[in-house]
Ligand binder design. Structure first.
Ligand SMILES: [Zn+2]
Length: 263
């Protein structure tokens, strides 16, 4: 993850609200300022159809109190329930301060990350091969930007980024608070950080499959990285393990050195 740019706001009136409402409103504000095309209708349609094919196994508990709100086009929100009205007014006051101050951030995202192209929010990416779906915060055909409102290790969401990106450039916008200050930090993610492990897994299973066919399922592959690298293989007949042969060589002459069963 390489740091590329940061923006920073200070104001006596800045305030972070508890639960995740600050994160949600900042994301909504950024969306409205970028004039994104919201893909949520398509996403929800797909998810609804998909859900009909699934069996519900349970619900994860959530301790967060969610304010029910309508998301307005100017970046503010409107409370649905009367009890939340006062709080929502305070939130909107802060949102409008942030709105004035983040114009340079918005310009940077538009020009430098998305190259002035039309930006989507909530785009759904479906990988049929792996049976995985992922939703992008912001995206175009060339890049995705994931907004994180808490400090999180990339290891915790690298698979999400891998599927979301679908070979596009990956950026992260991290927002964090320090009392009356709000920071925005933009990082570019090296795709290797997200995809290397996945690629290795895929390569290994492809090679395993081919060797299984060639050896009549008598040879198992425990590790494989590349055709020109040595593999760890195991004979299922005599349990012998060896690591001294290259992958392409084993594929060509596929036998266990102990049993010498040529396939
Ligand atoms: Zn053997």
């Amino acid at each position: 993850m390489n740091f590329i740019k940061s923006f920073h706001i200070v104001s006596k009136e800045l305030k972070r609200f508890d639960t995740n409402i600050s994160g949600i409103t900042i994301e909504h504000l950024i969306n409205t300022m970028l004039k994104v095309k919201n893909m949520n209708a398509e996403t929800i349609l797909f998810q609804t159809l998909n859900r009909q094919k699934l069996r519900k196994i349970g619900v994860l508990p959530s301790k967060l109190y969610q304010i029910e709100a309508i998301y307005n086009k100017d970046g503010t929100i409107t409370a649905v329930n009367k009890v939340d009205k006062k709080r929502v007014n305070e939130i909107n006051k802060v949102t409008l301060i942030i709105k004035k101050e983040i114009v340079p951030l918005i310009d940077y995202i538009k020009k430098n990350i998305f190259k002035n192209k039309d930006i989507m929010s909530q785009e759904l990416v479906v990988n049929e091969e792996d049976n995985v779906m992922a939703k992008c915060d912001l995206s175009t055909d060339d890049a995705i930007l994931e907004i994180k409102s808490f400090n999180s290790n990339i290891d915790n969401f690298k698979y999400q980024l891998y599927y979301e990106s679908n070979n596009r450039d990956i950026y992260i916008l991290q927002t964090f608070w320090k009392k009356r200050e709000l920071y925005f930090k933009i990082y570019k993610v090296d795709p290797i950080e997200c995809s290397e492990e996945e690629m290795l897994k895929k390569r290994l299973s492809k090679y395993q499959y081919k060797i299984a066919l060639k050896s009549n399922v008598t040879i198992q592959i425990l590790s494989y990285t590349d055709d020109s690298e040595k593999v760890t293989a195991r004979c299922l007949l005599c349990k012998h393990e060896w690591t001294n042969r290259r992958a392409d060589n084993l594929m060509e002459r596929c036998y266990c050195p102990i049993c010498k069963i040529r396939c």
